[in-house]
Design a protein around this ligand. Structure first.
Ligand code: NDP
Ligand code: PYC
Length: 337
C-alpha cells in the first residue's frame, strides 16, 4: 500500500467530515466539534490525529458503542473543581461544555481542574491546552487510553499511550505547547504503519515473546514501550492514577475490558488543570510571563526548536494555501465508506 499524499482544500475536508458524521448519525454538535478538531490537526499536519480519526469515529457508531447525540452534563463539584460528564459521547463535546466553568474557576481560585468523565477519546490534547493558553491561562491535560504499553522492565501491556500536554501563554505569540504520548510512539502511528506496511522505528515495541520488533503486526500482538524507559513508565503510571481513580474513571486496562474486543476508541476520562498567572503574581504577571521568553530565546538561540514550532509553521503554510496534504490511503478509505 502506498504512503503517498494528496492535497485537499480545508473547506472540502470540513464538508467531508461533517457530511460523513451527520450521515452516520452524530448530532450537529458532535459532527461540528469532531470535524473542527480533526481538520485543525490535519492543517497542522498531525497525521495520526487528523482526518484519519474520522474512521474511528465512524466505527464507534457502527459498533454501537457511542451515544452520538449525547449532551454533556456539567457539574460544579467544589470551588476549584468542575466535572463534565460526556454521557458516552465524545470527549471534545464535554470539554467544550466544561471549559468556560474551568476558566472562570481558575481565575477565581488561581488554580482549577476539569474532570471529563465517561467519554470516548480519540483526539490529540494540544487543541485543548492551546484553547486554555489562548485565554491567558497555563494548562496541563492528561488522559489514558487502552492497555497497549508495557511498563519498563515488563513485557505485558498495562498502560495506555497516555498523552501529557502543557500550554503556556505567550503575549502576542502562539502559546508554548507540547503534547506527546508517554509511549515511545502513538498508537495512531502504529496503525498508520500497519496500513502502509512500513516498519516501526526501533525501540518502540516488543513482540509477544518480549523481543524487540519493528513489525507493526507483531507490535500489536505484543506490547508498545514507554519513552525514556523507567521515566516514561512512571509518568504513564501517574497519568493512569490522575485520569483514572482520582476522577472516578477507568484505567487503560479497564477501558480495554469495557471495549470487549469491539476494537474501538478508548472510553475513560481526562483531567485538565488550569492555572492563572494573575492570581499568582497580580500586576507582575505579565512581566513574569515575559521572563519565559528569555527561556525560549535560550532554546531557539542555539538552533534548537520549540515544541509546536513545526505545527505552527504547517498551520500558517496550509491556512495561506487554503489546503493541506492528507495521506492518499486515508482519503481512499474515507471515500469508500
Ligand atoms: P510526537 O512525538 O510527534 O511530538 C510530540 C511533541 O513534541 C509535539 O509537541 C512536537 O511538536 C514536539 N516535538 C517533536 N519533535 C521535536 C523536536 N525535535 N524538538 C522539539 N519539539 C519536538 O508526539 P506523539 O507521537 O507522542 O503523540 C502524537 C499525538 O498523539 C499527540 O498530540 C497526543 O495527544 C496524541 N495521543 C492521543 C492519545 C489519546 O488517548 N487521546 C494517546 C496518545 C497520543 P510539533 O508538533 O511541532 O512537531
Ligand atoms: O494514538 O495512542 C494514540 C491514541 C489513543 C487514543 C487516541 N489516540
Amino acid at each position: 500500500m502506498s504512503d503517498d499524499f494528496e492535497t485537499i482544500t480545508i473547506d472540502d475536508a470540513k464538508a467531508l467530515g461533517e457530511g460523513m458524521l451527520l450521515a452516520a448519525g452524530y448530532s450537529e454538535d458532535h459532527a461540528r466539534t469532531i470535524t473542527d478538531c480533526v481538520v485543525r490537526a490535519q492543517v497542522d499536519e498531525c497525521h495520526s490525529h487528523g482526518l484519519y480519526r474520522l474512521i474511528s469515529c465512524l466505527e464507534l457508531i457502527e459498533r454501537g458503542k457511542v451515544d452520538p447525540a449525547a449532551t454533556p452534563v456539567v457539574e460544579d463539584r467544589a470551588p476549584a473543581i468542575v466535572r463534565a460528564d460526556a454521557r458516552r459521547g465524545v470527549s471534545l463535546v464535554a470539554f467544550g461544555a466544561g471549559l468556560p466553568v474551568l476558566a472562570e474557576k481558575a481565575r477565581h481560585c488561581g488554580i482549577a481542574a476539569l474532570a471529563v468523565n465517561n467519554c470516548f477519546h480519540f483526539s490529540a490534547l494540544w487543541p485543548e491546552v492551546e484553547r486554555i493558553a489562548d485565554e491567558g491561562l497555563v494548562a496541563i491535560a492528561v488522559t489514558v487510553s487502552h492497555a497497549w504499553v508495557a511498563p519498563a522492565g515488563g513485557s505485558r501491556p498495562v498502560f495506555g499511550t497516555n498523552p501529557f500536554s502543557f500550554g503556556w501563554p505567550r503575549p502576542g505569540k502562539h502559546p508554548f505547547v507540547f503534547d506527546f504520548a508517554t509511549s515511545a510512539i502513538a498508537r495512531g502511528d502504529i496503525e498508520l504503519h500497519r496500513r502502509t506496511q512500513t516498519p516501526l522505528p526501533e525501540g518502540t515495541a516488543i513482540d509477544a515473546d518480549g523481543k524487540p520488533t519493528t513489525d507493526p503486526e507483531e507490535a500489536v500482538d505484543g506490547a508498545m514501550l514507554t519513552f525514556g524507559g523507567h521515566k516514561g513508565s512512571a509518568l504513564s503510571a501517574m497519568i493512569e492514577l490522575l485520569a483514572g481513580p482520582l476522577i472516578g474513571d477507568l484505567t487503560s486496562a479497564e477501558s480495554m475490558a469495557f471495549d470487549d474486543d469491539a476494537k474501538v476508541t478508548p472510553f475513560h476520562g481526562e483531567l485538565i488543570i488550569a492555572l492563572d498567572p494573575a492570581s499568582f503574581m497580580g500586576h507582575a504577571a505579565l512581566d513574569n510571563l515575559k521572563r519565559g521568553e528569555t527561556l525560549f530565546d535560550a532554546i531557539e538561540g542555539q538552533g534548537a526548536r520549540l515544541p509546536s514550532a513545526r505545527r505552527y509553521r504547517a498551520r500558517a503554510r496550509n491556512a495561506k494555501a487554503g489546503a493541506m496534504p492528507v495521506r492518499t490511503n486515508v482519503l481512499d478509505e474515507l471515500r469508500t465508506r
